[in-house]
Ligand binder design. Structure first.
Ligand SMILES: [Zn+2]
Length: 137
């Protein structure tokens, strides 16, 4: 178990990878810190998230920006796990990163949920909503 170096709270959550090191955020005092060199072994959590986003149609650069893992790593995982994206010209994904209360506001507005498939995935201490929108003819 890890503790916040600033306030010793154990209420810490993963918050991306910085320079191949796991970054954490303390939910008690909002302090960001990194621990434990990960070297070449990156947490499976991020591999799964990256591949999930890739399948949803996001580009390598977008995945890099969202997860904080280099696009080269993501490309390597796609190759390693032999992931094939479905060709798709009719829909494109949009995504939002939301906190807990933003997420509940988002879902309380029917305009946001009508006529669209979507998935919600945890991302560090926030949530990502990926929504499919049909291209206009
Ligand atoms: Zn703290």
């Amino acid at each position: 178990m890890n503790y916040c170096p600033q306030c010793q709270s154990n209420k810490i959550v993963k918050s991306g990878i910085v320079n191949h090191r796991q970054r954490y955020k303390c939910k008690s005092c909002n302090y960001y810190f990194t621990v434990n060199k990960l070297g070449k072994k990156i947490d499976q959590y991020y591999v799964t998230k990256a591949l999930q986003l890739y399948l949803e149609g996001l580009t390598y650069r977008e995945i890099e920006r969202i997860i904080g893992v280099s696009h080269v790593s993501v490309m390597n995982w796609v190759k390693k796990y032999n992931i094939h994206k479905v060709e798709n010209q009719d829909y494109h994904p949009t995504y939002k990163i939301l906190g807990q209360s933003e997420l509940s506001n988002f879902f309380s507005n029917q305009e946001n949920t009508k006529g669209a498939g979507m998935i919600v995935t945890e991302l560090g201490d926030k949530y990502m909503v990926i929504k499919w929108e049909r291209f206009k003819d």
